[in-house]
Design a protein. Structure first.
Lengths: 153, 104
């Protein structure tokens, strides 16, 4: 009985955790992408420029700094896959989708803070890892997006 | 206080420059949040605790910069930049800087 228990604790439990992580992780990710796409369509009325000049000289009513940020983490299973990937090299797709999710979410949050704006100029985006120096215990990134929202008269 | 990250405030003219104003803060996350984040890390997704923490810290850094600008008699800050760096294990520094100006 004890032997079975120790087998379960050593192999079964991590396996169970991985299986749970695979399912919930991929479902949550899919759901998140769906919500991002829906909101992107909603918010497509506000163009984002990363230059300082905007076409057409029009009187401006309001200009303000807007920002959006998100901390997003990868799931356990994908982190495990990424670890395997590092043996052979090449593109780590799971991290690509993680950063993509984070960036798009941050941009959306920025836009959602200025729904009445006509455009956003001088857009900048920063990505930083906040769990550095902790042996990468948590595979997460912080994305910070900011710009100047302009509303014309 | 008007804030932008371009060189001017559109629709207004800058009448006086007061120079650089800065604000910074170093924050650590507390253990409870760290444990929650580790659990959330299992399935991936947004770590809301950390997002909130960083938002709060940025707001504080920004407030400090605004206070400095106000002391100089400015009513706007232009060309704002943000910077993040990790200074110690589990702590990050948030730094914000810009040029204080008076606009009309």
């Amino acid at each position: 009985m004890d032997a079975y228990f120790s087998i379960f604790m050593n192999i079964g439990l991590p396996l169970l955790i991985i299986i749970i992580a695979v399912f919930t992780g991929s479902i949550l990710e899919k759901r998140h992408f769906q919500s991002i796409e829906k909101r992107e369509k909603e918010m497509s009325g506000i163009p984002v420029l990363n230059g300082k000049k905007y076409p057409g000289e029009r009187p401006v009513e309001k200009a303000e700094l807007v920002s959006g940020s998100v901390v997003i983490s990868i799931d356990y299973f994908k982190k495990f896959l990424a670890g395997l990937r590092q043996i052979f090299g090449g593109e780590i797709k799971s991290y690509v989708s993680l950063v993509d999710r984070g960036r798009r979410e941050a941009i959306l949050r920025m836009k959602e803070k200025c729904r009445d704006a006509d455009l956003i100029v001088n857009f900048r985006i920063k990505t930083s890892s906040i769990s550095k120096g902790r042996k990468n215990k948590i595979g997460s990134v912080e994305v910070y997006a900011y710009g100047t929202a302009i509303k014309f008269k | 206080m008007l804030l932008t990250n371009i060189e001017e405030i559109p629709g207004k003219t800058i009448v006086e420059h007061y120079g650089l104003v800065t604000g910074s803060t170093v924050r650590a996350k507390h253990v409870g949040r760290d444990i929650m984040a580790s659990l959330k890390n299992l399935v991936g997704g947004e770590l809301k605790g950390y997002t909130e923490l960083l938002e709060d810290s940025r707001k504080q850094a920004r407030e400090r910069m605004i206070a400095q600008a106000r002391e100089l008699g400015a009513n706007a800050v232009v060309n704002i930049r943000f910077d993040t760096s990790s200074v110690a294990q589990g702590a990050s520094e948030l730094y914000v800087y810009g040029t204080a100006v008076r606009v009309e």
